[in-house]
Design a protein around this ligand. Sequence first.
Ligand code: PMT
Length: 694
Amino acid sequence: MLKGKKIVLGVTGSIAAYKAAVLVRLLVKEGAEVQVVMTPSAKEFITPLTLSTLSGRPVLSEFFNTGNGSWHSHVELGLWADAMIVAPATASTLGKMAAGVADNLLVTTYMSMKAPVFIAPAMDLDMYAHPATVHNIGTLKAYGNHIIEAAAGELASHLCGKGRMEEPENIVKALKDFFLTDRDLEGKRVLITAGPTYEKIDPVRFIGNYSSGKMGFAIAAECARRGAAVTLVAGPVSLPTPHPAIERIDVESAREMCETAVAVFPSCDAAVLSAAVADYRPAVQASSKIKRTSDGMTIDLEANPDIAATLGRAKKEGQCLAGFALETDNAEENACKKLEKKNLDFIVLNSLEDEGAGFSCDTNKVTIIDRNGKNAYPLKSKAGVAKDVVSHLAKLLMLLVMLFVPSFASAEGEELNATVNLNSSKVQGSNTEVFTMLRDALDEFINTRKWTTNFYEENERIMCSFNFVVNSYANDGSFDCSLMVQASRPVFGSSYNSVLFKYEDPSVKFKYQPYDRLEFIEDNLDNNLTAVIAFYVYMIIGMDLDSMGELGGSEFLNKALTIANNAQNLGDSGWRAGGSDNNRHSIIDDYMNGALEPVRKLMYKYHRLGLDTMFKSADGGRKAITESIKLLKQAYDDRPMAYFTELFTEYKVDEIVNVYSKCTPEEKKDVVKILSEINPSLSSEWDKITRNNN
Ligand code: PMT
């Protein structure tokens, strides 16, 4: 998970600094590149020599290299890193980071950091509990940093309590968890509502509620962190926007919130409605302050629009709509009613009966309910709850992409018609024009070149997307991007699409200057970017043909193999043949290797004989899919290390769970056994097949 990731490790002057040595060793062991930055006082606790030896890089501590006067650029470090960890973080450094006191290289690096920042505090228990520290940690959290809370135990003072820096193993785990779900909403647009609404009685009074907005803001931050374009429609709250990439629209009343949500929703893939919207508003709003009289007073109320139900009615195929239910009694029953009534895809139930749940506090305890069942979670921070909610959303969205991708009505001929996204938010601040030009050049290259002479009918068009995220960019035109390639094929006789190929390429390095046209000559590769794209395009077309007809797509897969072989001479990463790397070469090598001939057959059985016939006779289709899974097992037995078998199970997991949701226990048994053997890391998903009883 951390292989190839670039990590800046900030070490400060705490007795726990000795643990930084273990942390560096663990990170390096995971394959990460580590750059240590120390505060001057950290050097009193651990020597730079120890950390530079373990990291294999000189440790940085001063603004200038005293030997030659050169500048240690915190700005470049901020662009270079995929993540920054500050461990241990003393009370003093926390205070400086929260207040922006940039008087050492560590704090300037933090303030220039474009990547996510993880902070592991370490200090005495009283210092940790002091309101100043609590306030600083709260501020750093609100800035979107990830706090890895201190653990309880014996401290350097020999007192016992909370303040010990979390163990290095757990810090590495937090980082791995973060990257595991990283960017799975890339290319998606999500609407979030958050906070209360205020319904005016007169110019100085309103009807409102206790919502602080914390829950919705945490969800917005999590969606943005995972790559979504987020529009956050916020009621009156006093929270800062939690992520720089979020578009925030402030509103006051339910009607304003409704109007904004209705306008934004059509361009979104999903909406999560966490706002506590007032159900009623005063029928009349006085234009001047209502005077006190000795009599009582009655306010007539009229109903506000139900935003969730309005969006539920407007929802199109492929869109996902989630709501919250805040209950006090008959919690689950009421939540299920709201799920149905408002046409939601899932609902997040929080009950005011549970301590630490609901309004204002920093924690929540929720149960996520959808039409397949429910999942109850323990009490967690609102950031933790946001992670669970967004993971559920990401999963449903993936399923919806498979089920409801619109057909490409405008597609005319042999061109690919792919969606091309380029996200440059990590390196914003540089010349942004170059990113727009690169995106357009990519779009033109991918979508106007005739990659195949096959003519795609409208109902058999492959849907694919190329999502680039710029990790680094230098003014000489050097780019390093990660690339997510996805392709789906239509399932005949239905509006469903099934994933054909999904792969995250961690590093595509190339050079591009504004106005460059992207050219590609198959046997004379001189550009790594066009080679990578052509490689994936040919993979996709080849696999598509494999899934459509018995003759298969070996002509195109051979082209991809030729590119992989030739591209090794370009000297860029990701192409190396052999070895155990899950690189581009291993994907095609696996696929083309004679030992994996069953894989080619299984593609045909799975898609054409399986899914394509499922809509005529569900059981007939499933029989072919079972046969294809047996072929997968044969391929796995021939080459257990083959990367393709792992990839196939990963991108088909939700679909397979769905396909087997309605069948006999006998039918399920064989399949679950095979899948658990081929990809045990997905065992909890395969268990769902056994558990599903509908
Ligand atoms: O903001 P915090 O202090 O962090 O607190 C978080 C929270 C408790 C507000 C949040 O977790 C929550 O439960 N939000 C929903 C509160 C609510 O209004 O629940 P409800 O059961 O009344 O509404 C059900 C759903 O319909 C909600 O998604 C709500 O946004 C939506 N709704 C309700 C009324 C209305 N007129 N329009 C709506 O869209």
